[in-house]
Write a protein that binds this ligand. Structure first.
Ligand code: NAD
Length: 278
């Protein structure tokens, strides 16, 4: 376990996905108690089943720690408010939020991009992220107003280097992640007086695994002149452009999330931690 996270109540959205599932395991092993949220019942159940099977062999997880899954659509504010209330009645309070659910949208050049998909990406990645941030921050602020002093509140939003640099054939995703960065800075200012820190992470090339391979296949098929037409060449060119000449691991992403969620970063708010190998 880890004194930074023992008995901390952490909400993780997108818990059925790659980052979310690994994050649940990482923080459970460190003694946290997790509310795992996802809109997709199947992937959420897979995460919970995987953690349960590990828990039976892992005494650190089995002893005195707990995880609970909640089906939640981040774009639906009454759904989110109801889930936040359930979490408070199940766990007693909320200490930290990893605001991580996301949708990458189509991989198509700007001239061919479907405006309806653009709106969907913005709705999930921006409006949905805001709805969760606001609902959880209201709860945290109430806890502080009620006199809670021992729980410094912290929120981490998952952005992306796509929001800083603009990835070809991902105009909606890049726009949404740039908005996440602005949301992080602005909400950090509003929430500082309430004792809540808000920061972002911006991962770049993370893998290996299904997401990395699939992404390269989609880029190869996108028709964009910035990508080779076969996935292996796309992968080579991407890694060739990284100063450290390798992919980042999910563990490296989550260690950055842990830094920003924990008191290790107690004087840091409104910042963006880039995880991109240079
Ligand atoms: P993923 O697709 O495996 O997981 C995303 C999860 O979000 C899924 O389980 C999905 O069901 C959930 N989700 C989608 N819409 C939702 C909604 N309306 N309500 C609730 N949940 C919803 O992706 P991942 O790789 O784990 O990515 C997690 C986050 O990291 C995303 O925000 C993504 O944009 C970002 N990111 C990923 C990478 C990468 O290389 N994988 C790089 C940079 C940023």
């Amino acid at each position: 376990s880890d004194p930074r996270f023992i008995n901390k109540i952490i909400i993780i959205t997108g818990a059925g996905g790659n980052f979310g599932c690994s994050g649940c395991l990482f923080f459970l092993r460190r003694g946290a108690r997790i509310a795992a949220l996802d809109v997709d019942q199947n992937t959420l159940n897979e995460t919970l089943a995987e953690l349960e099977s590990i828990a039976t062999e892992d005494s650190v997880i089995a002893e005195g720690t707990r995880i609970k899954g909640y089906i939640c659509d981040v774009t639906n504010s009454s759904n989110v408010d109801a889930v936040v209330s359930s979490i408070v009645s199940d766990f007693g309070r909320i200490d930290m939020l990893w605001n991580n659910a996301g949708y990458q949208g189509q991989i198509k050049p700007t001239l061919e991009y479907d405006p309806a998909d653009f709106a969907r990406v913005m709705n999930i990645n921006v409006t949905g992220m805001f709805i969760v941030l606001q609902s959880v921050a209201k709860q945290m602020s109430q806890q502080k107003a009620d006199g809670e002093t021992s729980h410094p509140y912290s929120i981490v939003n998952t952005a992306s280097v796509a929001g800083l640099r603009g990835t070809p054939a991902m105009v909606a995703y890049s726009s949404s992640k740039a908005a996440v960065l602005a949301m992080t800075v602005s909400s950090a200012k509003d929430l500082a007086p309430h004792g809540i820190r808000v920061n972002a992470i911006s991962p770049a090339l993370i893998g290996p695994g299904f997401m990395w391979t699939r992404q390269n296949e989609l880029h190869a098929a996108s028709g964009s002149p910035y990508f080779a037409s076969n996935a292996e060449d796309v992968a080579k060119a991407k890694i060739g452009g990284v100063p450290m000449k390798r992919l980042g691991s999910i563990e490296e992403v989550i260690k950055s999330v842990a830094y920003l969620l924990s008191d290790d970063s107690s004087y840091t708010t409104g910042t963006n931690l880039v995880i991109d190998g240079g």
